[in-house]
Design a protein around this ligand. Structure first.
Ligand code: FAD
Length: 291
C-alpha cells in the first residue's frame, strides 16, 4: 500500500520507525523488536538506512519482513551521498524487486572523511538527485522527503532551505516527514511558511519520545532542535531516574501528538527507535483518539 493513500484517508494515523542492525548478530533482536512494533498495527513502519553504508545492508530485509511477514505497509529509507550511480541503481532495483512501493529519498549526512572532498566529482550531491533517479526507475514509487522545521544545519537561512525543499517536492516527493522538534509552534510556523512558498504536499510531523536522560544531548546535537524550558525542566528533574524519565518523556511526546491532532494534523510519525514498549505506551495513550 502506498503511504500517500494512507495519508489521503480521513483517519488519524500513527506510524513508527525502526533502524536496522549494525551487525548480523544483532539482526534477530531487531527482527523481534520490529515484530512487536508491527503487532501494534501502525499505519506504516519506516526503516532507516545508514548513509556511510554501515547498516544499509539490512534495511531492505527488515522493510520486506514488515510488509510480507507482518502485513504492515513499509517505507524503506535510501540515501545517496557518497554512493555511486551503480550502487544506487542496484539498490533501487532491489527495492522494486522486493515489491516495496514507498521510498524515503535522502541525501544522508556527509561522512567526516569526505567533508573537504571535491563534490563536483560525486554522482549525487542532494536528495533531489535521488528523487530523479527513483522517478526514472519507476514513476509509480511513492516518494517521501525530509524537511526541517528548524532549518537544515547546513542551510544559510530558512528562505533558502524552503526554496531547496520546493525543488525537491517539484521533482516528485509525494509527502514530507519532519525532523524531530519539541515545540509544536515551530511546526505550525514552518507549515505556514512552506504553504506560502507553494509547497502543498502532506507533511508528517516526526516526534521523538525522549525516554532516557543520556539520549538528550545526542538527540539535540544531531537534530539541532530547540529544547523548550518545559522540556528542560522535565529532563533536569527526572533525567537521573530511568523509569521516571521514561514515563515523563512518553507523556511529553503524547502531549505533542495530541496537540498536533487537535490542530488538524492527521498523520504523525514516531521515532520509536526499535523500542516496542515505547511505541505501545504512546499508542495506548492515544487509543480513543486514533480509533
Ligand atoms: P537534502 O534535501 O539534499 O538537503 C541537504 C542540504 O542541502 C540542505 O541544507 C538543503 O537546503 C541543501 N540543498 C538541497 N538542494 C540544494 C542545491 N541544489 N544546492 C544547494 N543546496 C541544496 N539519514 C540517514 O543517513 N539515514 C536515514 O535513514 C535518515 N532518515 C531521515 C529521515 C528524516 C525524516 C529526516 C528529517 C532525516 C533523516 N536522515 C537520515 C538525516 C538526513 O540524511 C540528513 O539530515 C542529511 O544531512 C540531509 O538529508 P536530506 O535528504 O534532507 O538532504
Amino acid at each position: 500500500m502506498k503511504i500517500i493513500d494512507i495519508i489521503n484517508s480521513d483517519k488519524l494515523s500513527l506510524s513508527f520507525e525502526v533502524f536496522p542492525p549494525k551487525t548480523e548478530t544483532a539482526f534477530e533482536s531487531v527482527k523481534t523488536a520490529t515484530e512487536e512494533i508491527a503487532k501494534l498495527r501502525p499505519a506504516f513502519m519506516s526503516v532507516t538506512y545508514g548513509a556511510g553504508g554501515g547498516t544499509s545492508k539490512y534495511t531492505l530485509d527488515i522493510a520486506k519482513n514488515i510488509k510480507d511477514l507482518y502485513d504492515v505497509p513499509t517505507l524503506a529509507h535510501l540515501t545517496c551521498v557518497s554512493s555511486t550511480k551503480q550502487t544506487v541503481k542496484e539498490k533501487i532495483a532491489e527495492i522494486k524487486a522486493a515489491g516495496i512501493k514507498n521510498v524515503m529519498a535522502l541525501r544522508g549526512d556527509i561522512p567526516e572523511a569526505l567533508i573537504n572532498d571535491d563534490r563536483s566529482k560525486w554522482d549525487y550531491n542532494y536528495a533531489l538527485d535521488l528523487i530523479y533517479e527513483l522517478k526514472s526507475a519507476d514513476p509509480d514509487f511513492c516518494i517521501g522527503g525530509a524537511c526541517y522545521p528548524e532549518i537544515h544545519p547546513e542551510s544559510p537561512n530558512q528562505k533558502e532551505d524552503i526554496k531547496r525543499l520546493k525543488e525537491k517536492v517539484d521533482a516528485g516527493c509525494d509527502f514530507l516527514t519532519t525532523q524531530m522538534f519539541f515545540d509544536n509552534n515551530l511546526l505550525y510556523n514552518f507549515l505556514y511558511k512552506i504553504r506560502e512558498a507553494g509547497i502543498t504536499v502532506p507533511v508528517i510531523p516526526g516526534i521523538m519520545p525522549i525516554t532516557n536522560g543520556n539520549q538528550v544531548e545526542r538527540a539535540m546535537k544531531l537534530s539541532g532542535s530547540f529544547m523548550p524550558q518545559r522540556f528542560k525542566s522535565l529532563v533536569d528533574k527526572f533525567g537521573d531516574n530511568p523509569l521516571a524519565m521514561k514515563q515523563a518523556g512518553i507523556a511529553y511526546a503524547t502531549d505533542q501528538i495530541i496537540d498536533l491532532y487537535a490542530n488538524g494534523i492527521k498523520n504523525v510519525h514516531v521515532y520509536s527507535m526499535n523500542k516496542p514498549d515505547v511505541a505501545m505506551l504512546i499508542q495506548n495513550n492515544l487509543s480513543y483518539i486514533i480509533k
